[in-house]
Design a protein around this ligand. Structure first.
Ligand code: UD1
Length: 338
């Protein structure tokens, strides 16, 4: 298959590029490099041994995207492009709604013009909202989202479900990611947050490397076995393989499917910290801090639909995730800015 990766130079997009290429597909990355580095492209070339088809363009720019669709005959689109910081979305809701909805609408218009009928969308478990109890199943009705970022994911899901309803020969997978961590085992590509990381694993790796003094564990009085928050962490390479399986499925299955990509296993913050220290034989100083507002005690996936429909399940362990996150960080202390 020939597949357009919108936002394909980012963390999940770059790993998906590798897995698509390994599976024999041809992927073309379109990215404006707003939140990604051009260096990713060199690294992808080293990993795959082939030049990386790349077009620098804003996915919301209709004339640029029309040119992309007329130059290439795609079988499918995987749509990663979008702003993704929860806290920033609260400060800049207009920018988040404008960008995250425009990119999807522009892609859909270009797909319709070009006769491309398959789309995989990068959604998030954040759409389940705070009221559902784990394991989270796709059939659970979307709850009230807690921030503009989450709403953009939920609204994009709605746009795509309605588009498929109106165009029944389209096929669409709305992939709800749980917490992606880890990195490609080469240590050449990984997550490269700008500034102070918001998410747990990048913060841990920066503490381990001495870049930050200590981790704050946000709350130890949650209703969980050790009192710290429980999440479903998934290795980004497993997540990337889920996209390959989704694309292959969509080619022969019109209609829309919502699919969780998680492991189904919940780990606490302290599980992550302790496993990271053990497998990498390195210290991660931490203190217990107040709860972070908006956090839930526990959420994890019911991943059975992905297995039944796509034949996909996560294979990597928490040890793999911690080892690979650290290899990426220790080889690239300043991410792609080295
Ligand atoms: C967050 C977002 C979610 C987004 C996801 C992307 C919030 C409320 N949710 O999920 O919408 O889809 O990232 O990966 O921001 N923790 C600490 N110390 C830290 C950082 C995190 O103890 O310095 C804890 C958190 O309290 C939580 C767990 O680690 O229990 C995971 O946090 P994080 O990596 O930020 O992910 P989520 O909050 O699950």
């Amino acid at each position: 298959m020939k597949i357009l990766l919108s936002g394909g130079a980012g963390f999940i997009g770059s790993h998906t590029y590798v897995e698509l290429t390994k599976a024999g597909h041809e992927a073309v990355i379109v990215d404006n490099l707003y939140n990604a580095s051009e260096k990713v492209l060199e690294r992808l070339q080293v990993i795959t041994g082939k030049p990386v088809p790349f077009i620098k363009a804003d996915v919301a720019d209709r004339s640029a995207m029309r040119a992309v669709f007329s130059e290439h005959k795609f079988d499918a689109v995987i749509h990663f492009a979008g702003y993704k910081a929860v806290g920033e979305s609260v400060q800049k809701p207009i920018e988040y709604y404008r960008n995250n909805l425009d990119t999807t609408l522009t892609l859909c218009e270009c797909m319709r013009e070009a006769g491309v009928k398959c789309i995989v969308f990068s959604s998030s478990a954040t759409v389940y909202g705070p009221l559902e109890t784990s394991p989270l199943e796709e059939s659970m009705a979307p709850e009230d989202c807690t921030n503009p970022y989450a709403w953009t994911k939920s609204m994009n899901e709605r746009i795509l479900l309605d588009a498929v309803h109106a165009m029944p020969d389209w096929s669409c997978a709305l992939l709800r990611y749980f917490n992606p961590i880890g990195a490609h085992e080469s240590g050449l590509i990984g997550e490269d947050p700008v500034g102070i990381p918001n998410n747990l694993m990048p913060f841990i790796t920066q503490v381990a490397s001495g870049k930050r003094e200590k981790l704050s564990v946000f709350g130890n009085d949650y209703n969980t076995p050790d009192g710290t928050g429980v999440r479903d962490y998934i290795h980004v390479v497993d997540l990337a393989r889920g996209h390959v399986a989704a694309c292959e499925y969509l080619l022969t299955h019109p209609g829309a499917e919502i699919i969780n990509l998680g492991t189904g296993i919940g780990y606490s913050v302290l599980d992550i910290v302790n496993t990271f220290m053990r497998v990498n034989n390195i210290d991660v100083p931490y203190v217990i801090a107040p709860r972070r507002s908006g956090d839930m005690d526990s959420y994890y996936a019911d991943p059975s639909k992905a297995k039944a429909l796509l034949g996909w399940q996560a294979e990597k362990t928490l040890d793999d995730m911690c080892r690979d996150s650290w290899r990426w960080q220790s080889n690239n202390p300043n991410g792609y800015r080295d």
